[in-house]
Ligand binder design. Structure first.
Ligand code: RAM
Length: 920
């Protein structure tokens, strides 16, 4: 019996938190089956030694009778700014046996009060590659030193010649007029006796993009200020208990540096000849430097980034091949599409100019195809200083790419002259999935790369082109897939803050958050993210605070939807079932249907959320409203047994929008035959939320299945919205085998088709497009299927009535030619693992259920009439009844396709076979 994995606000030993009532979590580990926590006790102390003596001077929760092991809110003496606190926890098990206290963990606070910030915002003015520096003396032993810093767009801080910390592209993106994220670094080990120098490089990022950038963007890109700015505070504590503070102010010195220009989209131009060698050491002569300028406060509230995963270099990829495409022009292929940049090693003459261009595709002749980048020039320029081996990597840009073109290299570059740096938000891995079908494993890998590439402090749509925006739909559609693979709670908590920042007073939210493109109002299938994301976080992490914090946003958002609607009908929409096969806007599913469905979805979900938060009257009101919206949905979109839309109205409107002549022709044809209006997404959405009248359900399911098999030759005809729900709906309505066929399909349109055409991530469109404007090779919005792998193939499902994995559903689907599936997920309760193997005459299922959780484990009968089940070699099921009682297993029940056991925590090895001899 051990208490492990102590976390504060989802983070291990966070440095610089600003939550006044931080929430503490732990895992209780015990191999014994059916183990539970019945009580806990938390101690929080100013000094670690107190914990050793089992004393908490700030908080001793006492023995709290509760199964709670996540998000226990601190309730001790008020916490102080800039202080480290230690904590430990012990638990009592189901027999009221106390564990030992955990080993101590800590959290350290940063600033609780705006007044804690005493430095000034400073800048170097509109110089290229601004460098700022400050020197100071340290004349006695240091016990602790912290740098608190926020530099926007981007900064890199250095102390005595070394980069501080391992974040890149810091701080995370926000609407800087509303929120500014600051980081706390422990710099104790970097300080020296006597002379010290703190150096800061600044980059434009999204804070001060160039004027050209602002001009060329199709939407209004905000420019917050003409030049990047920084606020920094270095707090030093000495062993003799005295302190010293170094604040950003007008005494700092500035000059221009080697980064001649930097832009997220266009890349970086670095002239190594302009390096100020030794500038971040104290003995550097800065006589020619200018004093720093006091800058305007960017406006946002300063918020700690400590529990929000920073962007980091997560791994290094070696290039796979190097090809010469013309004299002096080299193409590197990394074999994988990803987000980040390359690191270059080169030696050559001073002034030699190397150009590095990034792209996702090559033309058939092997040259770089940059079309998917659209207007992002994604180019690095490096000018050599000519001093032996030089190493360059950009700081304030990133790219989405698989290929890199190098030109201007002195001599012939080797394969090893470049390394790929994979860059994204450093989210902890939570899940794993592997099965016997290589294509499904490959799809899973592509989705993982797609997710990573699009976690860039916000969930972006793509990493390569002149966009990279936090489109709400792309994010919420992939949220479940993300949660099955990464620890998303801290990441989403921050993005939900971004959504709060973006909401207008009338409740309207924009399509992209942060609203660098202020597209208001969001399409309802996009805006729904302000409910879906908190709901997912609540469901998967048991985080109730996220519902509380965002409830007002949801309320205002629903009030806004109501204001757009008339007679319970919401027909505003912009994108609808975006990007189905052949199209951008769907011609099969009217966006009115999609909007109305989301109107219902949001209102019904809101009723549930209100009930959870103890607001029964509001819950009731939303429920009644949802009923009316549902009636309106069916009145408008249910035609016979079809949800195909009302062709006469919406086709007209689409015609002027279509991009190509081909598309216009397709629509003409549809117009000629209105009965051809069939949609997969329509019935899928209606079935998903149980909107179909009971007596028509079978017919609607049949129509959907026919459309998939007959009309589309066993292919999806769904856009991003329909695709998200299609697989669950088929699986829940007796057509899991069809879902499996779609998942393993290899002809267009399918994930297999993308992979056959060489995709290593997911495309934006079902089509292989290499020459149009909307053809990102790395979008995540069709990645929702990964959640289906976990939820249906492995069968790891949450129980909606027991959030935070208190109760788990395990129900693997044995489909197609699959012979094994193995998956796991780290949850707030601990590790859930499922591994199954199909043998000729048996089916083996190993399940791990974490302590303090229970599960309903359904063992598939595989069509056998009478089954016998054993667990770890002991027969526990025979003749349709429990044959033997085993520890951890409380009951069993046989249904048509499954035998379901209620189990407690522990590891179980089930084996099911056809029962040989009949008999009672
Ligand atoms: C595209 C984006 C995104 C989608 C919007 C509607 O520009 O890439 O994927 O959500 O359009």
């Amino acid at each position: 019996m051990r208490v492990t994995n102590l976390r504060c606000e989802y983070t291990e030993n966070p440095l610089g938190i600003d939550a006044r009532e931080p929430r503490l979590s732990w895992l209780f580990e015990d191999p014994e089956r059916g183990q539970k926590q019945t009580a806990y006790q938390i101690l929080v102390a100013r000094r670690k030694e107190l914990l050793d003596a089992e004393r908490g001077d700030l908080w001793d929760s006492g023995k709290v009778a509760s199964p709670l092991s996540a998000q226990a809110a601190y309730a001790g003496e008020a916490l102080q700014s800039c202080t480290r606190y230690y904590w430990a926890v012990r638990v009592w098990d189901r027999d009221d046996q106390a564990s030992a206290y955990s080993s101590p963990a800590f959290f350290e606070t940063a600033f609780f009060d705006a007044n804690d910030w005493q430095g000034a915002w400073i800048s170097a003015g509109e110089t290229a590659g601004p460098l700022l520096r400050k020197t100071f003396n340290v004349d006695k032993p240091v016990s602790k030193a912290r740098l608190y810093i926020c530099g926007v767009g981007y900064y890199e801080a250095r102390l005595n010649g070394q980069k501080i910390g391992d974040h890149v592209l810091d701080p995370g993106w926000t609407d800087y007029a509303k929120t500014l994220l600051y980081t706390t670094f422990d710099v104790t080990h970097l300080l020296r006796r006597d002379g010290n120098a703190l150096g800061i490089l600044l980059g434009n990022g999204r804070f001060s993009p160039s004027d050209e950038e602002v001009k060329r963007t199709p939407q209004i890109l905000k420019k917050y200020a003409p030049a990047p700015v920084v606020l920094a505070q270095l707090h030093i504590e000495f062993s003799d208990n005295t302190t010293m503070r170094i604040l950003s102010d007008a005494t700092w010195k500035t000059t221009s540096g080697p980064i001649q220009s930097s832009d997220i989209y266009d890349g970086e131009r670095y002239d190594a000849r302009l390096e100020k060698s030794g500038w971040d050491f104290s003995d550097y002569n800065d006589a020619g430097w200018q004093p720093a300028q006091i800058a305007k406060h960017p406006g946002g509230q300063l918020v700690s980034q400590a529990t929000f995963p920073p962007v980091k270099i997560s791994q290094t990829l070696p290039p796979q091949t190097l090809t010469i495409v013309s004299p002096g022009v080299y193409i590197y292929d990394f074999g994988q599409n990803f987000s980040g940049w390359v690191k270059l090693r080169v030696a050559g003459a001073r002034g030699t100019k190397i150009t590095i261009r990034y792209a996702e595709l090559l033309y058939p002749d092997g040259t770089l195809n940059t079309v998917p980048n659209r207007t992002a020039s994604a180019t690095e320029t490096y000018i050599l200083k000519g001093e032996g081996q030089e190493v360059f990597e950009p700081r304030f840009t990133y790219h989405g790419f698989r290929y890199v073109e190098v030109s201007g290299f002195p001599g012939t570059p080797s394969l090893h002259a470049l390394e790929g740096q994979v860059v994204h938000s450093a989210l902890e891995t939570a899940g794993s999935f592997l099965c016997s079908h290589p294509l499904l494993n490959q799809i899973h890998q592509n989705i993982l790369w797609g997710l990573r590439s699009n976690f860039m402090s916000i969930p972006t749509d793509c990493p390569q082109r002149d966009e990279r925006m936090g489109w709400l739909a792309d994010a919420h559609l992939a949220a479940e897939a993300a949660i099955y693979n990464f620890d998303m709670a801290g990441f989403y908590a921050k993005w939900l803050r971004d959504i709060r920042d973006a909401q207008l007073d009338n409740g309207s939210v924009p399509d992209v958050v942060p609203m660098y493109w202020p597209i208001f109002p969001a399409d309802p299938a996009w805006g729904t993210a302000c409910l879906v994301i908190p709901w997912m976080v609540y469901q998967y992490y048991g985080d109730r605070r996220v519902l509380e914090e965002n409830y007002p946003v949801m309320q205002r958002y629903l009030a806004f939807l109501n204001s757009l609607a008339h007679d319970d009908v919401l027909d505003f929409g912009r994108w609808g079932d975006w990007c189905p096969p052949w199209h951008v806007n769907s011609v099969d599913t009217p966006y009115e249907l999609v909007s109305q469905w989301h109107y219902y979805h949001d209102t019904a979900l809101m009723s549930q959320i209100a009930a959870i938060l103890g607001k029964p009257a509001e819950a009731d009101e939303y429920r009644k409203k949802a009923e009316r919206i549902k009636t309106a949905f069916n009145r408008k979109f249910l035609h016979g047994s079809q949800y195909g839309g009302t062709p006469d109205r919406w086709y007209q409107r689409l015609i002027p929008k279509v991009a190509t002549l081909d598309e216009a022709q397709v629509i003409e044809q549809h117009l000629a035959d209105t009965f051809a209006v069939r949609s997969q997404t329509g019935p899928v959405l209606a079935l998903y939320l149980n909107l179909v009248p009971e007596e028509l359900k079978a017919a609607v399911v049949h129509g959907l299945v026919q459309d998939i098999i007959v009309m589309h030759g066993t292919h999806v005809n769904t856009g991003i919205i329909g695709t998200r729900y299609l697989f669950d709906v088929l699986s829940e309505h007796g057509h899991a085998e069809l879902a499996y066929k779609l998942a393993t399909q290899t002809t267009y349109p399918s994930w297999g088709y993308m992979i056959k055409e060489g995709a290593t991530t997911l495309w934006e469109r079902w089509e292989y497009l290499t020459d149009l404007g909307m053809n990102s090779q790395n979008h995540i919005m069709l990645g929702s299927i990964d959640a289906w792998f976990y939820r249906y193939l492995a069968g790891i499902q949450r129980d909606p009535s027991a959030p935070g994995w208190q109760h788990i559903l395990i129900r693997p689907h044995v489909l197609g030619d699959l012979t094994f599936v193995s998956a796991s997920l780290n949850t707030p309760k601990g590790l859930i693992a499922v591994s199954w193997r199909k043998q000729h005459d048996a089916f083996l299922l190993d399940v791990t259920i974490p302590v303090n959780a229970s599960a309903a484990v359904s063992i598939p009968k595989r069509g056998w009439q009478q089954v016998s089940i054993s667990e770890s070699g002991v027969e526990i099921w025979r003749n349709g009844a429990i044959a033997h009682n085993l520890s951890g297993i409380s009951s069993g029940q046989e249904q048509e396709h499954w035998v379901t056991y209620q189990v407690g925590s522990g590891v179980y090895c089930f084996e099911i076979r056809e029962q040989q001899e009949q008999g009672k």
